[in-house]
Design a protein around this ligand. Structure first.
Ligand code: NAD
Length: 510
């Protein structure tokens, strides 16, 4: 691992940013950089906390310009037809793949995500466009039997302009994950990236234009949530909203959309349980526990942040998790060997540290130790992989999304107790069970209330499978074939196939 002084790291990150976007950060629509005049926003390198650049919120005026561009692109995008859209989305996928190295460096420089993760996410972003390019020319209606002499069929019609709001933890991944399906269905999209991490979203919109999507089809409105986010959701031309972020903001966004009669797809947070029985393969389960909570420094909506372990395996499993956690390579996100980077921003850092302190104050035991560390700057948002043992359902950390590298460990007595504890949460995004019993594995998968569940594994997701949450974790699904129904509405067309009877007796023979 490279042991670099902090000044060098920030300078590298700043150079990556200015090389990728020489005009600076802001909005982007129809080939134009949208410079803001609103509040000043800072971009900091999470590994050092040092300032990379400042830029200005584009405000309601800039947001309206992004929506103008997306509204103007609706006709050419719909005229491209299903096959034209499929071709353009495939070209976009190819351009993302070609640019994956640059996109990954930019993501790591601005979001603090380790390069090895950013690279995978950039390639996944390309996969999303390929996958939905495959669907674009297969979105069909139905011919419906109805009583009487009618040919009745349906067509799937796009909503129009979709407003898509994304979080800071996986900016490119979430932008591509949701916009690919919306675009394939014939909608145009205005992306509102997190104010902490707009850079890769802007590059994505530029690549979309290079790929031949009509200018404005994928536009970007950058700025704060209360200004740009609200202006986007309130714009009367936005006919569908997709939101990825926290529960509190999701409710505000959905309320604003609903007040205009506009539906909102919500992908929110989680407090997912990783359940380990005493017959589990301890080596595989401990690897799985680490992957579930420490990958991405725990800043993943599906993070397995609650470890529920059978009382008889508790001591052995926790010891193994703690031992392995100390081996993880924590360090500069731009170092290709680093496995765990910093927390993404100062606000989140305070939130994570506050919850760890509170957990200890409420009676949890901090059992993790620090491993060997290289070049971690004091100003960076560093939280070591943290294991909190003896957590109970009364502890705040058992109920609150930490969204950081913090594992809360509790024990259970039997299967019923494990299911009860797993479901003792308002969230319902994901979960897993580790056991050698096939019967028990399926029983648990059936009983745990979660949108995604793994058996003897954790974290794998794919655009081909539905993804979304129960309860506070969200509303609707944002991948797989079902999502085509999220971004289109059915239109029924009725055609008489025999002379149509007069609607009123007085009109007969008239
Ligand atoms: P956040 O709710 O603070 O922000 C999300 C987006 O909403 C940002 O673009 C933000 O600027 C915008 N926003 C904030 N206030 C707004 C307002 N009043 N009106 C309109 N827009 C507003 O979330 P975050 O901190 O960026 O992200 C972390 C959260 O995202 C976690 O809860 C995590 O679990 C969740 N997440 C969910 C998924 C998923 O697919 N379920 C994926 C990634 C992250």
């Amino acid at each position: 691992m490279t042991d670099s002084p902090s000044l060098g790291l920030s300078a590298t990150a700043a150079a990556i940013l200015s090389e990728a976007l020489p005009e600076g950060l802001g909005g982007y629509a129809a080939g134009q950089h949208l410079a803001g005049r609103g509040a000043e926003v800072e971009a900091r390198y999470p590994a050092t906390g040092e300032l990379l650049t400042t830029w200005r919120d584009i405000g309601a005026e800039g947001t309206a310009a992004a929506v103008d561009a997306a509204a103007a692109a609706l006709r050419p995008w719909q005229e491209a037809g299903p096959f034209g859209r499929a071709e353009a989305l495939r070209r976009l996928a190819a351009l993302i793949r070609e640019s994956a190295g640059q996109l990954a460096r930019l993501e790591s420089a601005t979001a603090g995500k380790p390069l090895r993760d950013s690279r995978v996410e950039a390639l996944r972003a390309a996969d999303f466009f390929d996958y939905y390019a495959g669907w674009a020319d297969k979105i069909t209606g139905q011919t419906l039997p109805v009583p009487g002499p009618w040919l009745t069929y349906t067509r799937r019609v796009p909503y129009g302009v979709v407003g898509l709001l994304t979080p800071w933890n996986a900016p490119l991944f979430t932008a591509a994950w949701n916009s690919a399906a919306a675009l394939a269905c014939g909608n145009t999209v205005v992306l509102k990236p997190s104010e902490f991490t707009p850079a890769t979203t802007i590059v994505l919109a530029r690549l979309a234009e290079q790929a031949g999507l009509p200018p404005g089809t994928l536009s970007v409105a950058s700025g704060l949530g209360e200004t740009v986010g609200q202006a986007l959701v309130a714009d009367p031309r936005v006919r569908k909203v997709a939101f990825i972020g926290s529960v509190a903001t999701g409710r505000t966004v959905a309320t604003t959309a609903a007040s205009r009669g506009v539906p909102a797809l919500l992908e929110l947070g989680g407090k997912s349980a990783n359940i380990v029985f005493d017959d589990a393969d301890v080596d595989a389960a401990s690897d799985g526990v680490l992957a579930a909570i420490f990958a991405g420094a725990g800043q993943s909506c599906v993070a397995g942040s609650r470890l529920l372990v059978h009382a008889d395996l508790h001591e052995e499993l926790v010891a193994e998790v703690v031992r392995k956690a100390a081996l993880l390579r924590v360090g500069d996100p731009l170092d290709p060997e680093v496995e765990i980077g910093p927390v993404g921003n100062a606000r989140q850092y305070e939130h994570v540290c506050g919850l760890v302190e509170q957990a200890v104050g409420e009676g949890a035991t901090r059992v993790s130790r620090h491993g060997e560390r290289h070049g971690l700057s004091d100003g960076g948002y560093w939280v070591e992989p943290t294991v909190l043992d003896h957590v109970t359902t009364e502890h705040t950390v058992a109920r609150t999304e930490v969204f950081g590298p913090v594992l809360a460990v509790s024990t259970f007595a039997d299967e019923a107790d494990a299911i009860r504890q797993a479901n003792d949460t308002e969230f319902g995004l994901a979960g897993a069970v580790w056991t050698r019993s096939v019967e028990r594995a399926h029983r648990i998968a059936d009983e745990v209330r979660a949108g995604t569940f793994w058996i003897n594994s954790y974290k794998t997701i794919h655009v081909a499978a539905p993804f979304g949450g129960f309860g506070d974790s969200g509303w609707g699904r944002s991948s797989g074939p079902d999502v085509l129904g999220e971004y289109t509405q059915a239109k029924a067309v009725w055609v008489p196939t025999a002379p149509y009877p007069a609607p009123f007796p007085s009109l007969r023979d008239s």
